[in-house]
Design a protein around this ligand. Structure first.
Ligand SMILES: [Zn+2]
Ligand SMILES: [Zn+2]
Length: 302
């Protein structure tokens, strides 16, 4: 699993930061969280391809989070996409997509399915689910928490050998949860596997003030991607516009006990983001301020 930070700037594009978009490459598909203007070009400069996007989750309808959708769909069409695209977002998403797809002399040659999610709703997909979390912005906005299915427990080699299981296909069958025959004995997975381990958990804040509902939903996540529009000297202003400071985002990460915090939605006022990283790391040491086109491997807890 890999996260590609395509656009890490807040509100308006800057020379070194485009507006919001983060791609998550899972084993089976790519999911895009927000799609600000110019996201398709960010894809071209990154290691990921917009043609691989299966689903887009939009956090809210400020322009810096969704205006990249129509252009990207037109380009997908131009290069011959035939696979459907699914777009999820808060209430109003269907109307907005209808308008976006009516721009110019254009209709896509592939299906675009649009879904509106309610706060607290969990949508299930093969292998994972996504929860829509109502966050605290100055317009209705959702954060998203992706939760992978539980993984099988760790394979106990010594136990398997002691039971006389030969290495190879029988090991694999047991790891996949199937019972196997060894001579006249049956060896079942619970004899050689530890307890099931939780699946991948990644939380995306979208635009929000520090928010208790997100803390609850993100608890124990492997990764939290949280907005940090400003540093704490601008806290009152950040709060007024429904945003978080780096310190506020770090407090959310600490309370939610996540493994790592990535800060995005950085205001164009910061050419040097050291102040953001430093104030966040005082509260939550495992913090990184992300840059456009940065790609990171997501590591799950053992
Ligand atoms: Zn924004
Ligand atoms: Zn916003």
């Amino acid at each position: 699993m890999r996260l590609v930070f395509l656009g890490t700037g807040g509100s308006i594009p800057a020379p070194n930061r485009n507006v919001s978009a983060t791609a998550l490459q899972l084993a089976s598909e790519m999911i895009l969280f927000d799609c600000g203007e110019g996201t398709q070009r960010q894809f071209m400069m990154s290691s990921a391809s917009f043609m691989k996007v299966h689903k887009i989750f939009v956090t809210h309808f400020h322009a810096d989070h969704f205006l990249g959708i129509p252009g990207m769909i037109q380009s997908m069409n131009f290069v011959g996409r035939d696979k459907p695209l699914e777009v999820f977002g808060p209430s109003g998403m269907i109307d907005i997509m209808r308008s976006l797809l009516r721009i110019g002399y254009f209709s896509p040659g592939f299906d675009v399915h649009v879904y509106e999610l309610k706060a607290g709703e969990v949508v299930k997909f093969p292998g994972y689910s996504v929860e829509a979390v109502e966050v605290d912005h100055n317009v209705p906005a959702l954060g998203y928490v992706l939760l992978g299915e539980n993984r099988p427990g760790k394979f106990n080699l010594d136990a398997a050998r002691a039971l006389g299981v030969p290495e190879g296909p029988l090991f694999r069958a047991l790891q996949q949860g199937k019972a196997v025959k060894v001579g006249k004995k049956t060896v079942t997975p619970d004899m050689v596997l530890g307890e099931a381990r939780p699946g991948l958990k990644i939380a995306f804040s979208g635009d929000t003030r520090p928010c208790n509902r997100l803390i609850e939903a993100a608890r124990g996540a492997d990764v939290l991607v949280h907005e940090a529009t400003a540093d704490s000297s601008l806290r009152a202003r950040a709060d007024e516009f429904g945003h978080s400071t780096a310190e506020g985002a770090a407090t959310v990460a600490a309370k939610a006990n996540v493994s790592i915090l990535y800060l995005n939605h950085i205001s164009s006022r910061y050419e040097d983001t050291a102040v953001l990283g430093e104030e966040a790391r005082r509260i939550f040491p495992k913090t990184k301020v992300v840059e456009d086109l940065m790609s990171v491997t997501v590591r799950m807890k053992e």
